[in-house]
Design a protein around this ligand. Sequence first.
Ligand SMILES: NC(=O)c1ccc[n+]([C@@H]2O[C@H](COP(=O)([O-])OP(=O)(O)OC[C@H]3O[C@@H](n4cnc5c(N)ncnc54)[C@H](OP(=O)(O)O)[C@@H]3O)[C@@H](O)[C@H]2O)c1
Length: 325
Amino acid sequence: MAGTMRALSISEITEGRDARLVEVPIPDPRPGWALVRVRGFGLNHSELELRRSEIRADYIKKPIIPGIEGVGEISYPGETGLAAGTRVCMLMGGIGRSWDGSYAEWCLVPASRLFTIPDAACGLPWSTLAAIPETYYTAWGSLFEGLRLEASDTLLVRGASCGLGYAAVQIAHALGSRVIATTHRCEYAQRLRDFGADKVVLDDGALSRAGIRAHKALELIGPRTLQDTLGCLWRGGICCDTGILGGVFTLDRFDPIRGIPNGCYLTGFFSNYPTQEAMDALFSFIASHKLEPYVAASFPFDRLPDALALQDSGGFQGKIVVTLG
Ligand SMILES: NC(=O)c1ccc[n+]([C@@H]2O[C@H](COP(=O)([O-])OP(=O)(O)OC[C@H]3O[C@@H](n4cnc5c(N)ncnc54)[C@H](OP(=O)(O)O)[C@@H]3O)[C@@H](O)[C@H]2O)c1
């Protein structure tokens, strides 16, 4: 499909206020890759990191169109076996880092990174679908693959007042689990309750000393608080380390013998390996439980720079989404 499209294309550190949409060629089809007409995408913390620093790394293709996830329709199937017009989502792998991503009108995506959106969820508007793939898949995988969450569990979500946290609270509540959510700002407590938290705790860094206990713990602050979170588990409990909101990426001087309580388990979750089976289950769960993602703000594509500027400024809750007509 010859012609040009609008996209954000960057080669150097780019603040949202400096971002500009440009005309670039529509990607050339190749076997095993489908051309997707992008209808929406959510903004992610990792894309902020890309714009602000990671763009300098050797492993990032340059210039690059950012965007690690998106939703849309197949324009040109490219031998992927998907029919033109099929509603799909795409996420992770090298999207928006090793090859051009979703901040564009069209995106060329390998078959392994494309997932059909089941009929049950196809009636949802693009602005809702756009908030789902990366954030809800990460919550879903952390809760069910990582934590093996069950309705009878009490779940601790540490660092719940982020996009991923709200999704996890919402899913666990819909399942029937009791949810304890922590936040760093008391003004977010009511919103967490609205999304299904049974109890909200203002995190002072010492939850185990305060007697907070759970069967399962989703750690979104990361290594900064992980040791304390492990101390909140009942015997047989599981902690899944998924986030790094605390800004500390690795465990220093961690002694697993004393650090992981007897009979408890520590695991992690990385959203890089979605499957069609998991995406089907996730979208069906969202549709059947009528879950509404927490959309902080929705922007039309030509206002992408404003969306990025909002992301840069912080102080918002939930997911920023961008939609294309
Ligand atoms: N393992 C994986 O594969 C995977 C996948 C996706 C995301 N993640 C990670 O999961 C975390 C959340 O991702 P996200 O996309 O949902 O992030 P996000 O919504 O973009 O994170 C920003 C939000 O987190 C809030 N926040 C900052 N520090 C907090 C704290 N200590 N406690 C609670 N909330 C806090 C901020 O509130 P204020 O602005 O008011 O401070 C802001 O609303 C990130 O660390 C991300 O890197 C991991």
